[in-house]
Design a protein around this ligand. Structure first.
Ligand SMILES: C[S@@+](CC[C@H](N)C(=O)[O-])C[C@H]1O[C@@H](n2cnc3c(N)ncnc32)[C@H](O)[C@@H]1O
Length: 196
């Protein structure tokens, strides 16, 4: 999807990734106490993951380039009585947010970037993540049948998030990304990455 107008994906109903509920991996990690402090949801779409984390009582900012998705996310927050900030921002210039976060979440954004973009994105994320903070990346993996459209290898994750870009990969576990077109989700990596 790199370079395509993301907003258009939200014009004619729900795009394939917009499942109308939080990703199971995020619900699991949240239930294990994996979120703390101020939370950033990168490429939040219509906000289900951000709203789930906010429902636990944490302050959450979701950002996206798609204004249509942000409008839907704000409506959901209003309807559910949750306070979540949803703002337009470019993942490659997050320093412009002018604030930092203890936990950062990426569901489906990292895997949309190409080889040249991934390290730039990692550096941008580092600029808004507190030292010792945690980044979770849920992305399509390159292992297993029925892989998603932008499969990522463990090597690509480790190349993007390295000490040079301010990160240390703690764990990369096999997981699933739920979509509207997979009965049991698509093969995924769930990466836990520390800001150093
Ligand atoms: C695959 S969707 C995932 C959306 C959401 N995280 C979810 O799980 O439903 C990727 C999202 O990233 C957004 N996006 C793509 N490029 C972006 C960029 N450079 N900066 C901010 N958001 C971006 C898209 O508009 C889209 O909403």
């Amino acid at each position: 999807m790199t370079g395509l107008p993301w907003d258009a994906s939200y014009h004619d109903g729900q795009p394939p990734w917009d499942i109308g509920r939080p990703q199971a991996a995020i619900v699991r990690v949240a239930s294990e106490g994996g979120f703390a402090g101020a939370v950033l949801d990168a490429g939040c779409g219509t906000g289900e993951n951000a709203l789930h984390v906010a429902s636990l009582g944490l302050p959450v900012l979701g950002f996206d380039v798609a204004e249509t998705a942000l409008t839907i996310a704000r409506e959901k927050a209003h309807d559910r009585g949750l306070e979540v900030e949803f703002v337009a921002a470019d993942a490659f210039h997050l320093e412009r947010l002018g604030r930092t976060f203890q936990t950062v979440l990426d569901c489906g954004l990292f895997h949309s970037f190409d080889d040249e973009e991934r390290p730039r994105y990692a550096a941008s994320l580092a600029s808004v993540t507190e030292q010792g903070g945690t980044l979770y990346v849920l992305c399509f993996s390159d292992e297993g049948p029925d892989t998603g459209p932008h499969p990522i290898s463990q090597t690509q994750l480790r190349e993007a998030f390295n000490l040079g870009t301010g990160w240390n990969v703690g764990a990369i576990e096999p997981d699933r990304v739920q979509t509207r077109f997979h009965d049991n989700g698509a093969p995924a990596w769930f990466a836990t990455i520390k800001r150093v």
